[in-house]
Design a protein around this ligand. Structure first.
Ligand SMILES: Nc1ncnc2c1ncn2[C@@H]1O[C@H](COP(=O)(O)OP(=O)(O)OP(=O)(O)O)[C@@H](O)[C@H]1O
Length: 261
């Protein structure tokens, strides 16, 4: 574990992340000319995260809330080191384990068991350390014989159970969880929530992206709200949820007013 006196676990400094997407899969000369004639650009830019800065201390569980497309997953991908920021700087002090990167890293042609080994190696564990944890990972995921089957035969719920189980058993200093990806059935959700609470009491640092305000209230002691890539607010979960809810009500009202015209 990191020494808590060394400063924050994560420092996000003026981070912006822009996606550049081409319009067509295979741009043709003709379509390029047509677009040029219309004065359009071939590349569309999406500013998914804009000038976001915040620090997170060791032992904090921070909820990230905001509407669809607000930039939450994009920010998490950057924290996980999968997506470099377009500008700004992210410092991460400690070993990061993430549901998203492990999920992405799974190879569907390989069995659950083989993927646990690969995921563990990717997270920097030795083969011996992975072997020691394997039983606990398999037991937590409750997949039984499916551990020996290729992951392409898994339902999406089974897939996320294994991803969650691997992520939480990697002994991370910093755990990144996107609740949308950790979706299992009701009983697994409860088990996942209990496991997250246990990690929090062991003073791990955790980021939780969630649309469920109750999860953020239950699990987090800190929160940020993103909207259109911008940091709208940082505060306690209660404060941030109150402002976010107010904002949603106002937007819903103005949408209704516009519809009235
Ligand atoms: N790979 C990509 N290429 C281009 N644009 C992208 C890509 N991924 C996300 N975006 C865009 O970036 C913006 C932020 O998306 P992001 O997935 O980070 O939002 P989010 O807050 O996680 O949303 P949700 O709550 O729906 O999961 C959106 O406008 C989205 O269309």
């Amino acid at each position: 574990m990191q020494n808590k006196d060394l400063g924050p676990a994560v420092k996000v400094q003026d981070v912006s992340i822009t996606y550049r997407t081409t319009f067509e899969r295979v741009p043709t000369f003709k379509s390029a000319l047509v677009r040029l004639g219309r004065g359009e650009r071939a590349v569309r830019e999406v500013k998914a995260v804009q000038n976001v800065s915040f620090d997170v201390d060791h032992g904090t569980t921070i909820g990230i809330i905001g509407a669809n497309g607000a930039g939450k997953s994009t920010l998490m991908r950057s924290l996980a080191g999968i997506l470099p920021p377009t500008s700004g700087r992210i410092e991460v002090h400690g070993r990061v384990s993430t549901l998203l990167s492990l999920g992405v890293g799974f190879n569907a042609a390989l069995s659950g068991k083989e993927n646990v080994v690969l995921g563990g190696l990717a997270a920097g564990l030795s083969r011996k350390a992975i072997q020691e944890r394997y039983e606990a990972i398999a037991a937590f995921a409750e997949l039984g014989d499916f551990m020996e089957m290729p992951m392409r035969t898994y339902s999406s719920g089974m897939f996320s159970r294994l991803a969650f189980s691997v992520a939480v058993h990697m002994d991370p200093d910093i755990l990144l969880i996107d609740e949308a990806l950790s979706a299992g059935d009701a009983s697994f959700k409860q088990k996942a929530a209990d496991k997250m609470k246990e990690l929090v009491t062991n003073s791990r640092t955790m980021f939780l992206v969630s649309h469920a305000m109750s999860s953020v209230r239950d699990l987090c002691n800190d929160a940020i709200w993103l909207d259109h890539g911008k940091l709208m607010m940082r505060g306690t979960p209660d404060e941030v949820i109150a402002e976010y809810t107010k904002f949603l009500q106002v937007s819903a009202k103005s949408a209704a007013t516009l519809e009235d015209f």
